[in-house]
Write a protein that binds this ligand. Structure first.
Ligand SMILES: [Zn+2]
Ligand SMILES: [Zn+2]
Length: 144
């Protein structure tokens, strides 16, 4: 009797275990499907996002003016405000943690980019800022 009891309780244990795992497995497969979907759906977008944008952002290292132009328009290095040749194009670094894009001049950065909000290093998070990012950053639209 003892062996039977034990095997029964083992069976019950296994059943409980399986019952406990089932929803988890379901969740996992749903999560996986979502990740696969997102990966295939967003991969193109993310790649496009990183390389392409709908605007060009600029910052003047002399007077600090923040500007952006349409994607097909390029200005600089002469700053339209202070007339110095110190207008730099900018690049963004995206912090996943803060969901915040830190925008700064592309060149003249000896140290890796750091998130403005959490100070985390964002070395591999370069992303072209888009018009809305540049606007949020405080840039005004300009044309040559
Ligand atoms: Zn300037
Ligand atoms: Zn951050």
């Amino acid at each position: 009797m003892q062996t039977r009891d034990r095997s029964q309780s083992r069976l019950a244990k296994r059943r409980r275990l399986r019952a406990g795992l089932m929803p988890l497995a379901g969740l996992l497969s749903v999560g996986l499907a979502a990740i696969v979907l997102m990966a295939t759906g967003c991969k193109k977008d993310a790649a496009l996002d990183a390389m392409d944008s709908d605007a060009n952002g600029y910052v003047c290292l002399k007077c600090g003016v923040k500007l952006y132009t349409a994607r097909s328009v390029f200005i600089g290095p002469k700053c339209p405000k202070c007339q110095e040749e110190s207008l730099m194009d900018v690049v963004g670094y995206y912090c996943q943690k803060c969901q915040h894009l830190t925008i700064r001049a592309r060149r003249g950065d000896r140290h890796g980019a750091v998130c403005e909000q959490c100070q985390q290093s964002l070395a591999n998070a370069m992303r072209s800022p888009r018009e809305k990012d540049l606007k949020a950053w405080g840039a005004t639209k300009t044309s040559p």
